[in-house]
Design a protein. Structure first.
Length: 134
């Protein structure tokens, strides 16, 4: 029985591991600067499941230049560049996301409606981005 559980655990981990590694690929240039490439989405007050406050307990405001991302400390600044048109913005981390299922599919950051709109068009919903931790 223990052997079957161990084998099942190994199979599950090996099936998920490549996706998790690809979604979290980070190229480090030095100890203070790193860059990631992935997909960005946007969220607003009208998005399903959005709470009135962010993960750091601020009132959520989709007109602020802020983002949701896993890992970096709150209030850290991130430069986000749209890889299609090379437009860049700087956002502040005040929330956590995207959800795990989206991270496994390559989404690395959720931007507020205003931040996403500054990079491209809201009609797309998802864009390929490069993010740099400042």
């Amino acid at each position: 029985m223990k052997r079957a559980i161990l084998l099942l655990t190994v199979v599950v981990v090996l099936s998920i591991l490549p996706q998790a590694i690809a979604a979290r690929t980070t190229l480090s240039f030095n100890k203070t600067r790193s860059i990631r490439v992935g997909r960005a989405s946007w969220y607003s007050r009208k998005s399903p499941g959005i709470k009135q406050t962010t993960a750091n307990n601020e009132i959520f405001d989709d007109t602020d230049m802020t983002c949701a991302i896993w890992g970096p400390r709150f209030n850290r600044k991130i430069r986000v560049t749209n890889l299609e048109n090379n437009k860049s913005i700087i956002v502040r981390v005040n929330d956590r996301g995207p959800s795990e299922k989206h991270v496994l599919n390559g989404r690395i950051i959720d931007l507020t409606k205003a931040a996403f709109d500054a990079l491209g068009t809201l009609d797309k919903g998802l864009i390929d981005v490069e993010i740099e931790f400042l």
